[in-house]
Design a protein around this ligand. Sequence first.
Ligand code: FAD
Length: 485
Amino acid sequence: DRRMSARLPSAAPAIVWFRDDLRLEDNPALNAAAASGRPLLCLYVHDETAGGSRPLGGAARWWLHGSLAALDASLTRTGGGLAILRGAAAEIVPAIVRETAAEAVFWNRRYDAPGRETDARLKATLRDAGVRAESFNGHLLWEPWTVTSRAGAPFRVFAAFWRAVRQLGEPPRPEPAPAALRCHAVPESVRARCVGLGDLALEPSSPDWAGGLREAWGRGEAAGRARLVEFVDAGLEDYAAARDRPGESATSRLSPYLRFGNLSARQVWHAATAQASGKFLEELGWREFSYHLLYHHPDLACRNLQPQFDAMPWRSDGTALRAWQRGLTGYPIVDAGMRELWATGWMHNRVRMIAASFLAKHLLIDWREGEAWFWNTLVDADPANNPASWQWVAGSGTDAAPYFRIFNPVLQGERFDPDGRYVRRWVPELAALPSQTIHQPWADTGRPLGRTYPSPIVDHGKARRRALAAWQAIRVAAAQPPDEL
Ligand code: FAD
């Protein structure tokens, strides 16, 4: 291989292997490849088994399709294009290196254990063959191993983690896209291995359930940048005050762009610091903390971080689980959230907390069932944020809402959706109810429940007592008495 690239110095390309970094701006792997002076060969390798990482859910696959299409279009404008291949990256990347006599391979790092292991092995294989292989931080502000306590230990509590990262100073500024991309013509041997984006069948066809997603979102880098500009100009100022109100469009809705790297966290951070919003930066900090947890607890999605939760007497109740998934629990704020999720692939953060709490506490169903549903239905389904947030809500995380603190879905609805705007939008059968009863339609004596909207599938008081008893049974030390929020 080395002899071959020596014979073909000008033609030997540098490969950029795209993964969760589907953008041209602030992409360190792409910049390094461009700086090598070699013509670029841009690859995406789709592995249905995800090489041991978690295979994507349906909504995320839909997002991936749009992101790849946008990236391919941008690369094509520069004279190249994205070569899409199918199979195990650990075999395909070295094969393409051999076929093209590539002299270097560049990628941005990932943080799940199977992904890291694959990348480490690949890097060793390539280097052994005399090929330059370099990886970069394209995804995070602070990589997990760069943030430790004074004693060198990983963090378990967000507040301490956040104090530590704030002492590290500002994250690096984003870099522009390479001024001119010189792309390598995809050689015939590689072209023969490529598949069309459509061949990956990432978008649903029969049935096509993605109509609501298409209405709600523009996918890809340009759409992400436009959303960021719009949010910084119009939304950031009110963010801290309004972010908990699901009826207002007060949050950035940048999560799927960050998930697939249509935008980098550095771009978002520096666009936001220009306007100074501590609360918003702190939310980006929760994303960093979730990756810190995933890195130090690779089985975050399947194992309770607090082992006493392994003994939790979770109920197996398919009927209740389905009612929750379909937004038919009889609690309007929960149902509105679950229907927003189904229709648009996204749910407001406050409502994610209420709906998740309802599953793990009111229904006493294992949080992993809910995590799996979110994984399949969220366009921002994230290997770190999703399980970390579920463990936070369920009380099984390292820095978690205590299990005994049980959200009352009526009070939460009245507090955060006081005029019922959010519920009216997503539960249209309740749209005519006055704000006084919209969060507890059973109290509206004029309208018998059951015909157009279900009666509550569990009684709040009884469900709360059952959850507390279950939690007492696993003897989580209760530092404080149960309270109502
Ligand atoms: P903004 O409020 O505008 O925040 C800006 C960015 O900060 C977000 O885009 C996101 O990247 C990050 N962020 C905000 N809140 C959190 C948080 N609590 N934890 C980690 N990062 C955060 N977020 C995901 O990106 N993917 C998930 O799969 C996911 N699953 C969740 C499951 C549950 C049960 C809960 C309670 C939360 C989950 N979150 C998840 C976190 C949060 O709800 C979303 O990031 C947020 O609602 C996205 O909307 P936004 O972009 O408008 O957020």
